[in-house]
Design a binder for this molecule. Structure first.
Ligand code: HEM
Length: 431
């Protein structure tokens, strides 16, 4: 049958027509999504937004400290939660009060690794290690690595903490003599890298030896990776990999990833070689983290693959030194600013060491360092090493009586600073 009313199309015209129909279909879907997301967030507190950039243009471009201060200003203004628009198309519900934060922390919403999710940008570096993995993958790794989190394991490392800290004290003593100002963070980062390498990986380096004021190349690479990760997550046009890796930032990120992966592989290979050479099980009371990674087997007797092992080594090398370096540096800064508290901490330590021939701190001394512990906790509350984390909506979610559907593409950002003023007041009042 000849259908007269249908236009006679060539193949290329037909393809173009189908393509145009598909494009219109996609535009309609996108428009419906934009309409829906706007409807859901219309009565959520928010800053005035730009039709294209959303709220992104409000973020200071000067430095990360200004950005953090800006975010704190937002939490002060909105108190419990607000929506932050990443362009016109992505909404990030930000919770910033102990009660709203608790709702999110008690839930099992996953870390966002899809397009625009902050954790996606860490995948090329950390892979699906514990920090980024979710669901069954996370649960399996977490189960296999549980022995590594046993509290008793830490007891054996106190000698390493003493030794590495003595080295730090030697490194910064010369600044005391010269009376010059200096940045303590590179020194403390080299210290925490030294400690995590020796404790978790039984890996000896000279990473504290050559410090003028310089960072160890691994510390330097991690710092640049973290900066690139943060810069990319607030620059939506860098979200597609094909754009990011063409930029100088993307190329540097790739180079740094290659470098830190090389370090991780070197650490793993050395241990494998040592195990193969000795041909027997390590004779230790407690296995270190790397032993556990190499030996762990699940219920089906399947161990971690080489890539899974490398991801966990990268994750622990990063998480194990960067967070602690930040916490310790801020604690030193805070104590320096408050000499009256510093004197009390010193008195507490002097009291413990008074009848000893050495200034080694023992594991059994730690519970006695009550005032110092409170100062470190207060400093971490005031300057959290990880001030912001993110989760993804995957099921309906109620905050302050408002339910957000789990089918929308939106994120929950938790600002962990100034969340716990009540605890701070308690700490201050007990002394
Ligand atoms: C002052 C020190 C530390 C702070 C403030 C800190 C903070 C955090 C925070 C906030 C998270 C959650 C991240 C998220 O949900 O996005 C986290 C996760 C994690 N941290 Fe730390 N951390 C510290 C030290 C360490 C150390 C020393 C290690 C390893 C030796 C470590 C290993 C991990 C791992 C593996 C995860 C992922 C855990 C999981 O999801 O099962 N952290 N940390």
């Amino acid at each position: 049958m000849d259908v007269k009313w249908l236009p006679q199309l060539t193949v290329s015209q037909l393809v173009l027509t189908l393509f145009a129909i598909y494009a219109v279909y996609l535009v309609c879907i996108f428009a419906a999504y934009i309409w829906r997301i706007n409807r859901i967030f219309r009565d959520v507190p928010c800053k005035q937004r730009h039709w294209l950039y959303g709220n992104m243009h409000l973020l200071p471009t000067t430095c990360s400290e200004d950005r953090l201060l800006f975010s704190l200003g937002m939490t002060n203004e909105f108190k419990r939660y607000y929506v932050w628009w990443v362009t016109f198309a992505k909404a990030s519900l930000t919770v910033c009060h102990p009660e709203t934060v608790r709702v999110v922390m008690k839930s099992s919403q996953p870390k966002p690794t899809g397009f625009g999710g902050v954790y996606r940008f860490g995948l090329p570096w950390l892979g699906e290690g514990l920090l980024i993995a979710k669901g069954d993958k996370w649960a399996r790794s977490r189960r296999l690595l549980t022995p590594a989190f046993h509290f008793d394991i830490l007891k054996q490392y106190i000698a390493v903490y003493n030794d590495a800290t003595n080295q730090l004290a030697d490194n910064i003593e010369k600044f005391v003599d010269s009376g010059k100002k200096f940045d303590v963070f590179p020194h403390v980062s080299n210290l925490t890298l030294d400690i995590i390498l020796r404790c978790a990986f039984s890996y000896q380096t000279d990473c504290q030896q050559d410090t003028g004021s310089s960072r160890h190349p691994y510390v330097q690479a991690v710092e640049e990776l973290v900066m690139a990760w943060a810069d990319r997550s607030r620059t939506p046009w860098l979200y597609p990999d094909c754009v990011f890796y063409l930029t100088p930032m993307g190329r540097k990120f790739r180079r740094n990833c290659d470098f830190v992966h090389k370090v991780a592989v070197e650490v793993i290979d050395k241990r494998r070689e040592a195990l193969q050479k000795s041909g027997k099980e390590p004779e230790k009371k407690y296995l270190d983290f790397l032993d556990i990674l190499l030996k762990a087997k699940d219920d089906n007797n399947v161990g971690l693959s080489p890539m899974e092992i490398r991801n966990e080594v990268d994750t622990f090398l990063f998480e194990g030194h960067d967070t602690t370096a930040s916490a310790l540096s801020w604690a030193l800064h805070t104590l320096a600013k408050h000499p009256e508290h510093q004197r009390k901490c010193q008195a507490e330590i002097d009291d413990i060491l008074k009848d000893r021939g050495s200034d080694e701190i023992l594991h059994s001394d730690l519970p006695k360092l009550e005032y110092l512990t409170m100062c470190i906790k207060e400093s971490m509350r005031d300057n959290p090493p990880v001030p912001i984390i993110q989760r993804e909506f995957t099921s309906d979610f109620t905050i302050d009586g408002k339910t957000f559907p789990g089918t929308i593409y939106a994120f929950l950002t938790l600002i962990l600073k100034i969340c716990f003023p009540v605890v701070a007041a308690y700490l201050v009042c007990t002394r």
